[in-house]
Design a protein around this ligand. Structure first.
Ligand SMILES: *Cc1c(COP(=O)(O)O)cnc(C)c1O
Length: 429
């Protein structure tokens, strides 16, 4: 079926299902198997040398996971997707597929704390340099690009500041340097709020742990390939050149527009091993069926709660991209649909101590480090997700000591507002 003709809400339910599956089952089956029987030795050889697609071993491929990958690829309109065990694994596999020792990646300053650590510490130790742009203008990215740059990386909406990347401008800068633009679209909620492929991104990574799963029940990450980047420009011999791990096979010649996502599977998953559990892929499939409904509810509740808190005397400021005075309001309107964001940040009046007292006084909203969950979550980035950052890195990432990140859940927003009011009433300022 050509899913491009169908609306998002239809694709999130139908893509990845096999109508001719021989049990007649309505949904996808969970295949809890590590390995698959070969028909004969020739069949095995064809699978191993990539001349025939098929299941060998669940580290590389699993039918439940394939169905889930097909669904996500259809939602984003990509040529293919690869599911991995976490968002961090998706970023690691993507970056190491593109860059080798001595190469560099140019990245936005507004990064999730975990990404920051992977980039600044682990990848640096592997000899891949990450150059963080000094500000978010296209010129700031451009000035860091050189002949060893292999990608430009940005979060479509930064965690936790909600700074929106100027996707179109960044894609232009990356393409004029002959490198792909990789967008972490976790805040774009599986493509429902934002699809960076519409704006020139070449590769999407998404922490499926968040909105794709939507219920806080599993970890996962997904890489999606637009199929549009030209890997034949000489900068990517590991894609357009002899593959040492496959007897000199040229992935670009063998797999055409799907070369990158194939590489992530046959090298990235094979060698790094961050494969998802088939059961978790099943949970992601179920989560996706209601993605748009959940996100619409959450975006509307986010607006209500942000407006309510902005009027509260114990609140110093509310940073919500839906407010016209938000510095990223215009970019949100350009790149994000359906209400823009299900996350916003708040600074209370008072100190770090009163902020902690407020968090501990919430009864419904959970104090966790999570977003996109069906439960409303309040996070204190300075003491959790961004704890490993230095003070100057914290400020550069827009994280102040009393900042709270709020991810609005699926409860009735009236109850959440009452919970916040009650907790605010317990603090003295
Ligand atoms: C959570 C998150 C990640 C990491 O994903 P995990 O599934 O937790 O490994 C990466 N990027 C962003 C923007 C995130 O919010």
């Amino acid at each position: 079926m050509d899913f491009k003709k169908l609306k998002f809400q239809t694709r999130q339910i139908h893509a990845g299902l096999d109508r001719h599956e021989n049990t007649g089952s309505r949904g996808v089956a969970i295949y809890p198997t590590a390995a698959y029987r070969f028909k004969d030795c020739n069949h095995a050889a064809r699978l191993f040398n990539l001349s025939e697609a098929g299941n060998i071993y669940t580290r590389l491929q699993n039918p439940t996971t394939s169905a889930y990958e097909e669904r996500v690829a259809a939602l984003y309109g990509g040529v293919g997707a690869l599911a991995v065990s976490s968002g961090m694994a998706a970023i690691l596999i993507t970056v190491t597929a593109l860059a080798s020792e001595g190469d560099n990646i140019v990245a936005s300053q507004f990064l999730y704390g975990g990404t920051y650590n992977q980039f600044r510490h682990t990848l640096r130790r592997l000899g891949i340099e990450i150059r963080i742009a000094g500000n978010d203008t296209p010129e700031a990215y451009e000035s860091l690009i050189d002949s060893r740059t292999r990608a430009v990386f940005a979060e479509s909406m930064g965690n936790p500041t909600c700074a929106v990347a100027d996707l179109e401008a960044i894609a232009r800068v990356a393409h004029s340097a002959g490198v792909p633009f990789v967008a972490d679209n976790t805040f774009g909620a599986g493509g429902y709020l934002c699809n960076p492929f519409d704006w020139g991104a070449d590769i999407i990574v998404d922490s499926a742990t968040k909105w794709i799963n939507g219920h806080g029940t599993a970890m996962g990450g997904i890489i999606v390939d637009s199929g549009r980047f030209d890997w034949g420009n000489g900068k990517f011999p590991c894609i357009d050149g002899p593959s040492e791990g496959y007897h000199g096979l040229n992935l670009r010649e063998a797999f055409g527009e799907a070369a990158f996502i194939v590489k992530c599977r046959v090298d990235g998953l094979r060698d790094l091993g961050a494969s998802p559990s088939p059961f978790d892929s099943y949970l992601m499939m179920i989560g996706l069926e209601t993605l748009s409904l959940r996100v619409c509810h959450q975006a509307e509740s986010t607006r209500r709660l942000a407006e309510h808190l902005r009027r509260h005397e114990k609140v110093k400021s509310v940073s919500y991209v839906g407010f016209e005075d938000h510095p990223y309001h215009a970019l949100t309107k350009k790149y994000f649909r359906h209400g823009g964001s299900c996350v916003f940040t708040v600074e209370l009046r008072g100190s770090v101590e009163t902020t902690a007292k407020f968090v501990e006084s919430l009864e419904l909203a959970a104090h966790m480090t999570m977003i996109g969950d069906s439960i409303t979550v309040v996070t204190h980035p300075a003491s959790t997700t961004h704890k490993q950052l230095s003070e100057s890195d914290l400020l550069a990432a827009g994280v102040t000591p009393t900042l709270l990140r709020i991810s609005v859940g699926l409860e009735d927003v009236e109850d959440i507002i009452a919970d916040f009011d009650n907790a605010l009433s317990r603090i003295e300022i």
